[in-house]
Design a protein around this ligand. Structure first.
Ligand SMILES: [Zn+2]
Length: 487
């Protein structure tokens, strides 16, 4: 049994950290469902560390500074994951929910983060794909490219131990990787860092392709036309009305982009394209990207929904040239567009997207990083943050305990017995020492007590007593020939 550990971190959500002293790493422990049709179980998430985001002001050379930061990140992650390095290989006894001990292999299974963090963790260059070897000028094509593998990356990184630095840098360059000294995943042979990078609906779709798409549409139709359609939109269930339009909004959140998606097709469906062009390709492209977004968010999948997901993406690619024809794009070499081509395989491997969407960990950032930071005096905040988080956890635990006691559980507190598996009660037969009836005829015994075989069994018993050296089936045969001379 393998317990995947999902390590997620999101630095960008800490923009309020003025001096960016730390950002949190969460550890999620849970089973990743093998069957995507099953609704995924909720994972327990645990804050395990704050990573330093120090500025390293002493290094003036920019590329050396970038490398030092990346090396620092990998050294910290190596430290955090050190306890599972050995157990991942040799296994560790853990008790499961039904109190059965199992040998588990905790491995680093999934990394959840935005694009810059995916680059940082996989040591790949900006503008490349963290999962495959697509070149920057082919990002707009819908086709599969050879995947990066951890073994080939480790082969390049092993050269770092030699004195020949040129050979190390050359090998890294050929593999399309940054020359990092001992990336943390080097020590985890059962993990594959490139495979463990998961899709991310928040950054890749809502704050990525959907954001781009809305910008392109505003450019094509003009802010005035889009905004007037927004104002004319009638109220309806489950839609947000943008009464002041959407063209002038800034710093739009993922949730606001979701609301825009609900009305987007309605806004443009009847708008004429400039130059009296036929708008069917544009409508189809928008429709298919929205389809892809909604299908990607499903909390359970079948082969059919996965096929429809791929078909929607293919149909978007088939119709996307309209944006070039209308002059709003020159090409589609956008890493976030390419990332959509890895969605289907990730869903098949790691289950539905709600298992690893950064939207979910966003609330943890508010609770455990943003609120925690605001509670400090903004000086040497690291220790203050950890104490604040610890206090909050204790208060929450105590509140849960008080709540539990108030629900009338106080008497059970001392008499609590450990939960055991249900056991079958021992089957014993209790008989009185003296019979309750002195004498009974065979006829009454059979008639009143329902012992229809009494005479036969008595015959067997007598045969057994007379021939106690014979096996059971033989005495049974003898029993049939016993004549009982009384009733
Ligand atoms: Zn790729």
């Amino acid at each position: 049994m393998i317990i995947p550990m999902i390590v997620s971190s999101d630095k960008t959500q800490l923009t309020h950290f003025r001096n960016k002293q730390a950002y949190p790493v969460y550890l999620t422990i849970g089973n990743i469902p093998k069957d995507t049709r099953r609704k995924p179980s909720r994972h327990a998430q645990l804050l395990v560390a704050y990573l330093p985001t120090t500025k390293l002001g002493g290094i003036s050379n920019k590329s050396a500074w970038h490398r030092a930061l990346a090396n620092l990140f990998h050294a910290c992650m190596g430290n955090i994951l050190d306890p599972i390095t050995l157990h991942g290989e040799t296994g560790l006894l853990m008790m499961s929910g039904n109190r059965v001990w199992r040998r588990c292999h905790p491995i680093f299974a999934v990394f959840i983060g935005d694009y810059p963090e995916q680059m940082l963790v996989t040591c790949t260059y900006n503008g490349r794909c963290p999962k495959c070897s697509v070149s920057p000028d082919e990002l707009g094509k819908l086709q599969s490219f050879p995947l990066h593998t951890q073994s080939s990356a480790i082969a390049a990184y092993c050269l770092a131990d030699n004195d020949n630095h040129c050979a190390f840098h050359l090998a890294c360059h050929q593999a399309g990787l940054k020359p990092i000294f001992q990336p943390f995943w080097e020590a985890h042979p059962f993990s594959d860092i490139f495979n463990s990078v998961t899709p991310d609906i928040l950054h890749q779709l809502l704050q990525g392709m959907i954001k781009h798409l809305i910008k392109w549409l505003i450019k094509i139709y003009g802010s005035a036309a889009i905004d007037s359609c927004c104002k004319a939109m009638p109220p309806n269930h489950k839609i947000m009305l943008f009464t002041k339009g959407i063209a002038t909004l800034s710093q739009v959140s993922g949730q606001e982009h979701k609301w825009m998606c609900a009305v987007l097709l309605g806004l443009i469906i009847d708008l004429p394209l400039p130059g009296a062009l036929n708008s069917s390709r544009l409508i189809k492209a928008v429709h298919m990207l929205l389809n892809f977004l909604y299908l990607a968010q499903l909390t359970s999948h079948t082969n059919e929904t996965l096929h429809r997901l791929q078909d929607s993406l293919a149909a978007f690619h088939d119709n996307k040239a309209i944006f070039i024809d209308l002059g709003v794009r020159e090409n589609f070499n956008i890493p976030k567009l390419h990332s959509l081509s890895h969605y289907e395989s990730s869903i098949q491997q790691f289950g539905t997207m709600d298992n690893y969407n950064t939207e979910q960990s966003e609330c943890l950032h508010i609770d455990m990083a943003k609120d925690a930071y605001h509670a400090t005096n903004h000086k040497d905040e690291y220790s203050q943050i950890t104490i604040w988080v610890e206090h909050r956890e204790k208060v929450e635990r105590h509140a849960a305990f008080v709540n539990w006691r108030q629900q009338g559980n106080q008497h059970d507190l001392l008499s609590q017995t450990p939960l055991r598996p249900p056991c079958v009660p021992a089957q014993t037969l209790k008989m009185p020492r003296n019979p309750s009836v002195k004498a009974e005829t065979i006829h009454d015994i059979i008639g009143m007590y329902g012992t229809v075989d009494f005479a036969d069994v008595l015959g067997d018993f007598i045969a057994g007593v007379l021939n106690d050296s014979l096996p059971g089936h033989v005495t049974q045969y003898c029993g049939e020939n016993i004549y009982i001379p009384f009733s």
